[in-house]
Ligand binder design. Structure first.
Ligand SMILES: [Zn+2]
Length: 94
């Protein structure tokens, strides 16, 4: 059955959008796919999800970019970067 509606956590978009900003402050941090995905996942765990329903392919206008909201995403991302820096998972796979 084809689904025409999609439930999406827009928080994911924010995390990925703000991640490069946070990584700029950590030039020595590993930026491999494993670490970046790990950082995003960790940050998302601590952030309240914001779900929207959208029709296939529809672009959701970003109505959530309140300053305080951005600040909490940046804060959780910073914590996540530091956690991953201390215990990078990629070493297990290398
Ligand atoms: Zn890595």
């Amino acid at each position: 059955m084809a689904r025409h509606k999609e439930v999406k956590n827009v928080m994911e978009d924010y995390v990925w959008e703000l991640l490069p900003e946070v990584m700029k402050k950590y030039p020595h941090a590993c930026k491999c796919d494993t670490c970046l995905a790990d950082i995003a996942a960790l940050a998302l765990k601590s952030l309240t999800p914001k779900y929207v329903v959208r029709t296939n392919g529809e672009i959701i206008s970003k109505t959530l970019d309140l300053p305080q909201f951005t600040v909490s995403v940046l804060m959780e991302l910073t914590k996540a970067v530091e956690a991953v820096l201390k215990h990078p998972k990629h070493e297990n796979n290398a």
